[in-house]
Design a protein around this ligand. Structure first.
Ligand SMILES: [Cu+2]
Length: 510
């Protein structure tokens, strides 16, 4: 089988040449390099990456998590587990997941529903379950303030109060988030609403979840340690989609909706189709856009989501891949952070009897708030700090009136690429460096990439859940930075109410 991943007219002229290499050769090659250079993350550079392969393994689809209605609530059960997974044929990894050894099932609930989720910790270390992008009380948000000790269960319950969106869940334990997420603890959380979308919506058929992560293949199949000298954190040399290496999806329709999550700890993906064809962005972190936006490339930093429609014509054979991009750092830092890599992610072909579907002309998008005249708060990003401080779980950094809307200016004053995530809400990006943001940042967002020397101005409507003693987080979602303390806390209060002593909920005390 052949793909056109290696001969697209858009391939960079200075990129690595196509290499045909079988698995045995690859591993032997890695072993030889390892023997010369020791175990170093530099091994990820200059090696064949998903090239010249068949992309023949069927894309795994995370199962939908079963639920039952009890006393008017939709009740789910999750269990954090560790195990081993064959993420690359013949190569086993120590992994973590929910309800299995790697990744987690897809949770699905409708706007207006009351959900209750029991999370059991079967790991040997503390974990949490954070509902990324969700509007909910801070006490249910699953940060380190709601730590789940081994062999205990934590329960979160809230009413879904936001529009249809592709959210996700992942652990948020103090200082251990990179380890747990990069080992596979991540799942999608899909919100449905009543608005007719006209979009492909058959889960696993034409509505496809796609969790993209990078892993490191070395001789013997072990992952490398965290590369602390890399500016943005751990960068793997191999990419997987839903835990599938060199994945293949056979479309049974002419229009496929991909719900893409960058589930990596640090690696950014500049997505394009190997054919150079246009695809259509229909949704961002927090919901749908007013209308499909044609794009030929899309940069996703860790934790960001994009819903895209890919047209799969008869006889199509294309590869969704990540191509070189500029993270705004020095050439050396960009390279060591993976920005020069070309990585195949998912091959898509079409079944002969595929049905045809049409691109919707418009979508049901939630209206944006107006832009205020003045900035309410400034945040300066350092190497691993926010406003010069490292995270202190006992310090409340920001007190905000519930139901208020604020304008935040985020400035990356460091030499490192960062992004910025605010818990408990979705925001609108008014401007990046004073200019209208890129199309991919014009919808509702909860995480925004901010290059060195850049600013992002955000309009942030805060929630109604006043609780002066339980903080939400805002932080860099490059997880090594987060674990280093690039995180701060805000509380929502009623009017003039002052922040109270922080309430720390730990299942150990129950
Ligand atoms: Cu960062």
């Amino acid at each position: 089988m052949s793909t056109d991943a290696n001969n697209s007219p858009k391939a960079p002229v200075d990129g690595p040449p196509p290499i045909r290499i079988n698995r045995r050769t690859l591993l032997l090659g890695l072993g030889a390099l390892g023997a010369i250079g020791g175990l170093g993350y530099w091994l990820t550079e200059g090696l064949p990456q998903n090239q010249g392969s068949a992309f023949a393994t069927p894309l795994r689809i995370p199962p939908l998590l079963a639920s039952e209605i009890i006393d008017g609530e939709r009740v789910f059960h999750l269990s954090a587990q560790a195990g081993e997974s064959e993420l690359v044929p013949g190569v086993w990894f120590a992994t973590m997941g929910f309800n299995g050894p790697h990744l987690g099932p897809t949770i699905r609930a409708a706007r207006g529903e009351h959900v209750r989720i029991h999370v059991k910790n079967e790991l040997t270390m503390a974990t949490t379950a954070h509902w990324h992008g969700m509007s909910l009380p801070a006490s249910q948000d699953g940060t380190a303030h709601q730590s789940i000790s081994p062999e205990t269960t934590w329960t979160a319950a809230w009413q879904i109060g936001q529009p249809a969106a592709t959210l996700w869940y992942h652990p948020h334990p103090h200082g251990q988030t990179e380890l747990q997420v990069s080992r596979g603890m991540a799942g999608l959380f899909l919100i449905d609403d009543d608005a007719p979308s006209g979009l492909p919506s058959q889960y696993g058929v034409d509505d496809i979840p796609l969790i993209i992560q990078d892993i490191t293949v070395q001789s013997g199949g072990q992952r490398s340690g965290t590369p602390t000298t890399a500016p943005i954190g751990r960068i793997g040399n191999t990419v997987i989609a839903n835990g599938t290496h060199e994945a293949h999806f056979v479309a049974s329709t002419s229009l496929v909706r991909l719900r893409i999550l960058n589930g990596s700890a640090a690696r950014c993906y500049n997505l394009e189709l190997s054919t150079g064809d246009t695809f259509h962005l229909v949704g961002t972190d927090g919901g749908l856009l007013p209308a499909p936006v044609p794009l030929t490339s899309l940069l996703l930093s860790p934790a960001e989501r994009a819903e895209v429609l890919v047209t799969v014509s008869r006889d199509a054979d294309l590869v969704l891949r990540s191509v070189p991009h500029d993270l705004g750092m020095s050439q050396a830092d960009n390279a060591i952070s993976g920005a020069g890599d070309t990585l195949g992610i998912l091959r898509i072909t079409r079944a002969g009897d595929a049905s045809t579907a049409k691109l919707p002309a418009s979508l049901a998008s939630a209206a944006h708030p107006g832009r205020a005249a003045a900035v309410d708060r400034h945040f300066t990003l350092g190497d691993t700090t926010i406003n010069g401080k490292a995270m202190d779980m006992s310090r409340i950094d920001t007190v905000i009136a519930a139901n208020s809307t604020e304008t935040w200016m985020i400035e990356n004053a460091s030499q490192r690429a960062h992004n910025f995530h605010i818990h408990g809400t979705q925001f609108v990006v008014n401007a990046v460096n004073g200019q209208s943001p890129a199309p991919q940042n014009r919808g509702w967002k909860d995480t925004i990439f901010i290059a060195p020397g850049s600013t992002a101005e955000l309009t942030v409507p805060f929630g109604s859940f006043a609780d002066p003693s339980t903080p939400y987080m805002y932080h860099c979602h490059m997880l090594w930075h987060e674990d280093q303390g690039m995180m701060a806390q805000y509380v929502l209060t009623d009017g003039e109410q002052a922040a109270a002593t922080i309430h720390h909920d730990d299942t150990m005390h129950h």
